[in-house]
Write a protein that binds this ligand. Structure first.
Ligand code: HEC
Length: 180
């Protein structure tokens, strides 16, 4: 059969595939409508208002090549949250909620959703991840990656840094990365 006849219906019924190659929003679903949900505020925020958790310091990338470049530059960002028992505990809570589905409880890239994902979610315990500056990991969580969704609208800034600490100090393999 003509290959076009197969590809066109595949794209029509899987619009997500058209976006493949650039980060998308994780919680895109039919609940996201203009209607006001139970307990949702009707107060419009002022355009100049800043969330209590702080303003985004880096803007979302426009495309894939900008993402790669901006992620490298984000390596200069300083992690404002020191590694502490409290931070690692919080990091685990947020990691288990948002990341373990794909990256697995131990960070090996083998979460239940991850196993169905193409490409495979990254193993977060390997040197490629463990040796990245904190700011680069923060950037990936904030703005996503090639196929990974972004979390800037879902995870508050401080929690993103707690996850970075958790990846570096708990998920790393003993004897490598940052784990003693
Ligand atoms: C829906 C599945 C999914 C979820 C949920 C997910 N990821 Fe990913 N992640 C991926 C995939 C797939 C890749 C590898 C391909 C890519 O880079 O997009 C990846 C790559 C990464 C990378 C490596 C990026 C690089 O190349 O430098 C890091 C770091 C990472 N994820 C961290 C996280 C953290 C932290 C969370 C939770 C906040 C998370 N991911 C949630 C699917 C996911």
């Amino acid at each position: 059969m003509n290959r076009g006849l197969i590809i066109i219906p595949v794209l029509l019924f899987n619009p997500g595939l058209i976006q493949t190659g650039f980060a998308f929003e994780w919680d895109e679903d039919m609940r996201d409508q203009p209607s006001i949900k139970a307990q949702e505020s009707q107060v419009n925020t002022n355009s100049g208002s800043v969330p209590q958790s702080g303003k985004e310091t880096i803007l979302p990338p426009a495309d894939m090549s900008e993402l790669v470049q901006a992620r490298l530059s984000a390596g200069d960002l300083e992690n404002p949250i020191a590694k502490s028992g409290e931070s690692l505990n919080r990091g685990k809570v947020v990691y288990d909620i948002h990341c373990a589905t794909c990256h697995g409880a131990q960070g090996h890239g083998d979460g239940k959703v991850g196993k169905k994902y193409v490409p495979d979610p990254m193993n977060l315990t390997i040197d490629y991840v463990q040796l990245q500056p904190d700011g680069q990991l923060f950037y990936t969580i904030s703005h996503g990656s090639i196929a990974m969704p972004y979390y800037r609208d879902v995870i508050p800034i401080a929690d993103r840094w707690h996850i970075v600490n958790y990846i570096k100090y708990v998920l790393s393999k003993p004897g490598t990365g940052n784990k003693p």
